[in-house]
Design a binder for this molecule. Structure first.
Ligand code: AP5
Length: 209
């Protein structure tokens, strides 16, 4: 199974990806997670990425395409993949097409998680992540167990100001890739509003028919 998850910031891509990769036994390739790991490790790329990410701006295509190209060459990605947060521009979508065509590999679906902008800010500002396990929580919608609450982190780009920039980037730069994949008959629209397990049921429903 080769999937792409598209949706605005806070649509629940990471939350759903965790469930779907378990179901299909495929790796979860999140460009956001890879870039955050580079920032944490203090690599040269991480130092560049940090400036863009804090503001909520997209990194240049060539940087992100390079890290995805390398990741897709690893052994575990040969059996399938869930791409979360990539591609995010038409340039990235075309670069991915080229990578897949070179390997004679086809995508199975592009899942578009739809959540209205009004809900996004609430979801983002209340998000907390567990640095030890990567689990995603929400102070109101998905509260963490009390024993781990102290170690949870709040992403630097999860401020109201940065999320507005991220939403603008989504509408201006990412939404235009939807028609690109619609023309290929790959887009599966899923209502992302509701309990996470209900949304997961809808995602599996569109993937398994
Ligand atoms: P990235 O990490 O990809 O962030 P994003 O797309 O903005 O998505 P998020 O991780 O914020 O949200 P999500 O949809 O995964 O939601 P989640 O499941 O966590 O990218 C960050 C930055 O990296 C970018 O701004 C850019 O700078 C850079 N970058 C990354 N990829 C790039 C690329 N390809 N090109 C260029 N730059 C790139 O859920 C959010 C919250 O809502 C959580 O608290 C969760 O508990 C809660 N929640 C989830 N589902 C539900 C539900 N059904 N009901 C109630 N609450 C819910």
């Amino acid at each position: 199974m080769r999937l792409i998850f598209i949706g605005p910031p806070g649509a629940g891509k990471g939350t759903q990806a965790a469930r779907i990769v378990d179901h299909f036994n495929i790796p979860h390739v999140s460009t956001g997670d890879m870039l955050r790991a580079a920032v944490k490790a203090g690599t040269d790329m991480g130092k560049v990425a940090d400036g863009y990410m804090k503001k909520g701006a997209l990194l240049p295509d060539e940087v992100v395409v390079g890290i995805v190209r390398e990741r897709l060459q690893q052994d575990d990605a040969q059996r399938g993949v869930l791409l979360d947060g990539f591609p995010r521009t038409l340039g990235q979508a075309m670069a991915l097409d080229g990578m897949l065509a070179a390997e004679e590999i086809a995508l199975d679906a592009v899942v578009l998680l739809e959540v209205p902008d009004e809900l996004i800010v609430r979801r983002i500002v209340g998000r907390r992540s567990d640095p030890d396990t990567g689990a995603i929580y929400h102070l109101e919608f998905s509260p963490p167990p009390a024993e781990i609450a102290g170690r949870l982190v709040h992403r630097k780009d999860d401020t109201e100001e940065a999320v507005r920039t991220r939403l603008d980037a989504y509408h201006a730069q990412t939404a235009p890739i939807i028609p690109f994949y619609e023309a290929k008959g790959l887009v599966k629209r899923v209502d992302g509003v509701g309990k996470p397990d209900e949304v997961a049921g809808r995602v599996l429903g569109v993937l398994e028919g």
